[in-house]
Design a protein. Structure first.
Lengths: 255, 270
């Protein structure tokens, strides 16, 4: 099924859902760098909220959990910004649900998929790759937006000559609006691209290749956790890490 | 001048008028909205301070000079910016009627405080609390508690709003005395505590992954021992290599690794 075929089959409800997801992506883009900066724009809550919007919160967690573990060390220290992870998360969750596919939870073993349709861990891996690509694609957009802010900021220097305060406030508001528009458009296009191209491409993969995708969520999560251990140190702090590992093993037994 | 202020202590005598405090607070949430590569948060800072200026009678010359003072480079941690904004409002108020705050004085106060708070904020928020909350959210997700994940997001969001509201009041109450706030040992205790929590939660995630590797090996079409060995290697790889890649690149790299492993270990499909 091509993207155009899929869009031809869209009902009003599908378009409404797409609109809500695009709006969610816009709000998360604002939260990520411009306004508030709460934790909601991180991949896990972003995917969970996208799942809630679609009526499948657990499927949101299925994608959000490995994505969060893999991206946990993406820290915006100083000027560092890597990608647009919230747009990637919303696109992956929304795209899968609009395409009628069900990703499985990492470990999918117990609580996570309870009450949800049986999913496919290989699809989760494929969606993770899509989310990572979409997030990286958002990076040049964020940089372009920041260059636009610079141009507007330089225009605002006229206020230093005439003392017109409203001009500066208007420029600031324009920057906020630009972020919102970027988030809405990038998130909306992302959901469509995932639903119309990325998920159908998974169906077309050879069986061996498709099966291999089931490794992605497991490996990406382990590498992400490994990166945390590398950053925070294991050697001198092995007691804390060890205590956590025992608790994690016990949690795994209990859930 | 007020006495020394301590992070986490109750509100001091701060006398920022309620209306002004609300207006500045809401604007301070968007401090980074107009972030740019040349002067970073300068426009955001000026917009935050404007309600104070707008509460005065219009004087184009004074407004012009005010904008000049704050149109220069400014960058700090957004969660701690309230201390700088509050402090600057206090200095502006104190110099009101005597020619305004001299540009050099505003610059020294703003730049030195912003730099110190940026460094503190990087350690406490970006390298401490943020990964801690992310891993805590993952622990809740591992238990399938989607509502708790969303609730955690809301609680953290509300908590940082309260923090930022109080920082604004404390910054105003302290004025120049705000420097004593930076020497408070509780900052460093909080940083150490957050990093310790990150280690515990990272260990927890690792333990959970290993436990489920044992049970869930069928999902990736291999044996429990093989999956366990691969996971231990993946957990240890960043520690051994000691390189820090962006998470997105790690995910893409796992796509290649997944293909190699599937062929090496004999995939059965999912």
């Amino acid at each position: 099924m091509t993207a155009i075929d899929m869009m031809g089959g869209f009902t009003g409800a599908h378009w409404a859902l797409l609109g809500w997801l695009a709006l969610l992506s816009g709000l998360l883009a604002l939260d990520d760098t411009a306004l508030g900066q709460t934790w909601l724009s991180q991949p896990l809550p972003a995917a969970a909220v996208a799942g809630l919007v679609c009526g499948h919160p657990l499927l949101g967690l299925a994608v959000g959990l490995p994505l969060q573990l893999a991206l946990v060390m993406n820290l915006p220290v100083g000027q560092t910004v890597t990608g647009d992870a919230s747009a990637g998360a919303v696109a992956a969750v929304g795209g899968a649900i609009l395409a009628g596919k069900v990703p499985a939870a990492l470990g999918g073993f117990h609580g996570l998929t309870e009450g949800a349709p049986r999913g496919d861990l290989a699809l989760t891996g494929w969606l993770l790759l899509g989310a990572a690509l979409w997030s990286l694609g958002g990076h040049p957009l964020i940089q372009a937006e920041r260059r636009l802010h610079l141009i507007w900021m330089l225009q605002g220097r006229r206020t230093l000559r005439d003392g017109n305060l409203s001009r500066v406030e208007r420029i600031h508001g324009r920057c906020l609006a630009a972020t919102l528009v970027r988030g809405v458009l990038y998130g909306g296009v992302g959901v469509l691209a995932m639903a119309g191209l990325w998920v159908p491409a998974f169906e077309a993969l050879p069986a061996g290749l498709r099966g291999a995708m089931a490794w992605v969520p497991v490996l990406a999560s382990a590498l992400g956790v490994g990166a945390v251990l590398e950053r925070y140190g294991v050697g001198r702090h092995w007691r804390w890490v060890g205590a956590g590992a025992i608790a994690g093993w016990a949690l795994g037994v209990l859930t | 001048m007020s006495g020394p202020v301590r992070p986490g202590a109750s509100d001091t005598v701060a006398s920022l008028p309620k209306g002004l405090r609300c207006a500045v607070f809401f604007r301070s949430l968007g401090l980074q909205a107009s972030w740019n590569h040349q002067r970073m948060q300068n426009l955001g800072l000026l917009v935050c301070l404007m309600p104070w200026l707008r509460g005065r009678e219009r004087d184009p010359e004074r407004d012009r000079l005010f904008c000049r003072r704050y149109y220069e480079f400014f960058n700090t941690n957004p969660y701690l910016a309230g201390y700088v904004i509050g402090g600057l409002l206090r200095l502006e108020r104190e110099r009101e009627g005597v020619g305004g705050l001299p540009r050099g004085q505003a610059q020294i106060f703003r730049d030195s405080l912003a730099r110190a708070l940026a460094s503190l904020g990087d350690q406490l928020f970006w390298l401490g609390l943020r990964p801690m909350v992310a891993l805590l959210g993952c622990a809740l997700a591992l238990a399938g508690q989607v509502w708790l994940v969303v609730a955690l997001g809301l609680v953290v969001g509300a908590g940082q709003l309260v923090w930022r509201w109080r920082a604004l009041g404390r910054g105003y109450a302290a004025g120049y005395d705000i420097v004593s706030l930076l020497g408070d040992p509780r900052w460093h205790r909080a940083i150490a505590g957050a990093k310790r929590a990150v280690r515990v939660l990272a260990g927890l995630s690792a333990g959970w992954l290993l436990r489920h590797a044992w049970e869930g090996s069928g999902q990736v079409g291999t044996t429990p021992w093989a999956l366990l060995a691969v996971l231990v290697a993946a957990l240890g790889l960043p520690v051994v290599v000691r390189r820090r890649w962006a998470g997105e690149f790690m995910v893409l790299a796992t796509g290649v690794l997944a293909l190699l492993l599937a062929f090496a270990l004999g995939p059965k499909g999912s």
